[in-house]
Design a protein around this ligand. Structure first.
Ligand SMILES: Nc1ncnc2c1ncn2[C@@H]1O[C@H](COP(=O)(O)OP(=O)(O)O)[C@@H](O)[C@H]1O
Ligand SMILES: N[C@@H](CCC(=O)OP(=O)(O)O)C(=O)O
Length: 268
C-alpha cells in the first residue's frame, strides 16, 4: 500500500456520492444492478461499523424518462418537474433495496442555504447526525423543485462536499463514470493519464478538469475538483473513482490504490 493511502484506514464516517451515470442507464432507466449493489455494499459497510451518508443524483434523468421526455429538460420548470417525479422513483427503489438488508433510509432534500443560513445549517446537521446515531442511512439530494437563483447548488458534487463537512465526515467518495482524475478528459484525449494522488489542488489541477462530455452528467470534472477543494480544505480526504466496479468502495477503504486520492488538510 502506498503510504498516502494509509490515512484511509482511520476512516469511520463516509459520505458516498453517486452521479446519475452511475445509477441510471443512458436513457434514464434505473441501473437496477448498480443500485442494488450500492444498497448491499453500504449495508455491509454499516454492519462493519462505518457510518455512511449517501448523496444520490439521478432525479432529473430518471424523472425525464418516467415522463417520456425525449431528452433531459434544459429549462428550469422542466428540470424541476422531472426531479419531482424522479426523486420518488429513486427513493422507492432505495427503500426497497435497503430493506432487503434491514436498513432504513431517510430522505434529505437541501438547498444551498444549508451552507449559508446558520439555522438551516444547524437543523440539517442535527437531523443527519441524529439519523446516523439511529443507524439510518440518510440519502441526500438537492431540493430541485425550489432551488433556483442564489439558493441552488446546481450539482451534487459541491453539495456532497458541504454534506461531508456538515456531518464531520472523514472521507468523501465521489463515484462517477470515469476511473479518476486524468491529465485531460480521456474521452477526448486518449493520451490522458490517470492521477492516483493529488496532494494539493493547484492551478494545474484546476486547468485539467473539464466539463462533462456525457448527456447525463452535470458539471463534469470541474465541479468534482471544486468539491474536492472544499472538502480537503476542511480536513476531509476525497477519493474520486469509477462507480461501475463492484468492489470499488471496499477496496478504497482497504487503502488500495483505486481512483484519485485528494489528501485532506488539517481538520478545522
Ligand atoms: N481531467 C479529466 N479527468 C477525467 N474526466 C474528465 C476530465 N475532464 C472532464 N472529464 C469528464 O467528466 C466526466 C464525469 O463527470 P459527469 O459527467 O458530471 O459525471 P457524474 O454524473 O458522475 O457526476 C467524465 O466522464 C469525463 O468525460
Ligand atoms: N439534483 C440533480 C443532480 C444534479 C447532478 O449533480 O448530477 P450528477 O452530475 O449526475 O451528479 C438530480 O438529482 O438529478
Amino acid at each position: 500500500m502506498i503510504k498516502e493511502r494509509e490515512v484511509i484506514k482511520e476512516v469511520k464516517r463516509v459520505v458516498i456520492k453517486v452521479g446519475t451515470s452511475t445509477i441510471a442507464h443512458t436513457g434514464g432507466l434505473i441501473n437496477i444492478y448498480r443500485m442494488e449493489h450500492l444498497a448491499r455494499m453500504i449495508s455491509d459497510l454499516k454492519n462493519r461499523g462505518y457510518e455512511v451518508v449517501l448523496v444520490s443524483s439521478g432525479a432529473i434523468g430518471v424523472g425525464a424518462q418516467r415522463m417520456h421526455l425525449k431528452e433531459r429538460p434544459r429549462d428550469i420548470e422542466g428540470k424541476q418537474a422531472a426531479a419531482a417525479v424522479g426523486q420518488v422513483v429513486l427513493m422507492n427503489m432505495y427503500q426497497k433495496f435497503f430493506q432487503e438488508y434491514n436498513y432504513q433510509v431517510a430522505q434529505i432534500l437541501v438547498t444551498k442555504q444549508v451552507e449559508t443560513d446558520k439555522f438551516m445549517k444547524f437543523n440539517a446537521k442535527n437531523t443527519m447526525k441524529e439519523l446516523l446515531r439511529n443507524g439510518i442511512v440518510p440519502i441526500v439530494n438537492e431540493n430541485d423543485t425550489i432551488s433556483t437563483d442564489e439558493i441552488i447548488f446546481g450539482d451534487n458534487d459541491t453539495l456532497s462536499a458541504v454534506v461531508a463537512s456538515l456531518v464531520d465526515a472523514d472521507l468523501l467518495i465521489l463515484l462517477s463514470d470515469i476511473d479518476g482524475l486524468y491529465t485531460d478528459d480521456p474521452r477526448k484525449n486518449p493520451e490522458a493519464k490517470l492521477m492516483s494522488l493529488v496532494e494539493k489542488i493547484d492551478d494545474y489541477v484546476e486547468s485539467i478538469a473539464k466539463d462533462s462530455s456525457t448527456k447525463l452528467g452535470t458539471g463534469g470534472m470541474i465541479t468534482k475538483i471544486k468539491a474536492a477543494k472544499y472538502a480537503t480544505k476542511r480536513g476531509i480526504h476525497v477519493v474520486l473513482a469509477n462507480g461501475a466496479g463492484n468492489e470499488t468502495v471496499e477496496e478504497i477503504l482497504m487503502g488500495k490504490e483505486i481512483g484519485t486520492l485528494f489528501l485532506g488538510g488539517k481538520k478545522k
